[in-house]
Design a binder for this molecule. Structure first.
Ligand code: SF4
Length: 106
């Protein structure tokens, strides 16, 4: 037996779904938080970040800043310091200069 829905039921369902999805989207935005306001960066720092193709939220999960030789964690959540970049970087970010943490031990 096929169930048929009225237009009103479909709209009500869509409204409920959007209300439920809102907190999820908000938490996703928080995990990819920006650690540094681009407007506060010097011209040289902006250029360096662009040269190294730094991104706040890396799509390449195997090479995040948090596992990079140059990353130094801070006590303030997802933001830490990078030896190469002057300023805060996101633990989930990445750039083309990523280096394995094992280099630290050698
Ligand atoms: S060198 Fe690149 S990948 Fe490594 S911590 Fe700095 S910005 Fe992140």
């Amino acid at each position: 037996m096929k169930t048929r829905y009225t237009r009103r039921q479909c709209l009500q369902c869509a409204a409920v779904m959007s209300l439920l999805a809102s907190p999820l989207l908000h938490s996703c935005k928080q995990s990819g938080q920006s650690c540094m306001d681009p407007e506060l960066l010097s011209t040289g720092e902006k250029h360096l970040r662009k040269q190294l193709a730094y991104v706040e939220l890396s799509e390449e999960l195997s090479r995040p800043c948090g596992l990079c030789h140059f990353y130094h964690a801070s006590e303030s959540g997802d933001c830490g310091e990078c030896t190469l970049l002057d300023g805060s970087v996101n633990r989930q970010g990445s750039c083309t200069s990523w280096a394995s943490e094992t280099r630290r031990e050698s």
